[in-house]
Design a binder for this molecule. Structure first.
Ligand SMILES: C[S@@+](CC[C@H](N)C(=O)[O-])C[C@H]1O[C@@H](n2cnc3c(N)ncnc32)[C@H](O)[C@@H]1O
Length: 235
């Protein structure tokens, strides 16, 4: 039914970096989604659409309710699941979400029309590489969940539009554990992503203008807090 994603789309989600039984425990015991979020989560599973895994869902509920962001930017909408999750748990937030895949945009539009009852979400259609430049500033929470090799390319534009004290969460940064291996042991087709992620780590992990943490949920989250108005990304 869905053309964009094949059986193998979620490759790294099936190679969790935490022990399998711990992941299973988290996925089973953390509160399950209800209503439309449950419907969308199960649709994504059936159709192999890579949305955030359940342990990350629980973490996002916690983050939204604790940080109470007012203005959220997401890169990578897919069917709109994570945007609707953030809308549910940050009811005061305005959310801008970007995607470039026409098939996913179609699903997202349908889902926002049905389930974004407070009209919090604005969908921007296009490649983030092009549309980011025209986007306003003033975001206090950014979720990057798009092509991983491009995170380092988009980050300067993101940081320019982020308030001091704001948080950026970048998903799927462990490449199923490959990131910790020497490049020769990484499959050739995965090396562009590997290089992009290493550039991202070099630029951020030990940067005094940012506070960085790596969280081993799903295929890993990099979280950054912007500490000062000017952030120089390290080489
Ligand atoms: C992992 S899915 C997003 C899942 C969604 N955040 C969720 O958890 O419900 C990644 C999405 O990013 C989009 N994407 C990838 N690179 C992009 C880019 N450069 N600009 C815009 N969208 C992009 C893809 O089309 C895809 O729909």
């Amino acid at each position: 039914m869905v053309k964009s994603y094949s059986k193998n789309a979620n490759h790294n989600m099936r190679r969790p970096v935490v022990k399998e039984e711990v992941v299973r425990y988290m996925r089973h015991h953390l509160a399950q989604n209800k209503g439309h979020l449950e419907v969308l989560e199960s649709f994504a599973k059936t159709e192999n659409i890579p949305i955030i895994p359940h342990e990350t869902v629980a973490y996002f509920r916690f983050l939204m309710q604790t940080l109470k962001p007012k203005k959220i930017l997401e890169i990578g909408t897919a069917i709109g699941f994570s945007a609707l999750l953030m809308a549910e748990y940050a009811p005061e937030a305005e959310i801008v979400t970007i995607d470039r895949n026409p098939e996913m945009i179609g699903f997202a539009k349908e889902n926002f029309a049905k389930y974004d009852t407070r009209q919090q979400i604005r969908l921007v259609e296009g490649d983030a590489a092009e549309v980011l430049a025209d986007l306003e500033a003033g975001f206090d929470f950014v979720f990057m969940d798009s092509a991983k090799s491009k995170y380092i390319v988009f980050l300067p534009e993101i940081l320019e539009r982020l308030e001091v004290g704001g948080v950026v969460v970048l998903d799927d940064i462990f490449q199923g554990g490959d990131i910790a291996k020497p490049i020769e042991e990484v499959r050739r087709g995965q090396r562009t992503i590997y290089r992009g992620l290493h550039k991202l780590f070099d630029a951020t992990l030990d940067n005094p203008s940012l506070t960085a943490t790596l969280v081993p949920l799903g295929d890993g989250l990099l979280m950054l807090r912007k500490n000062s108005e000017q952030v120089t990304l390290l080489d």
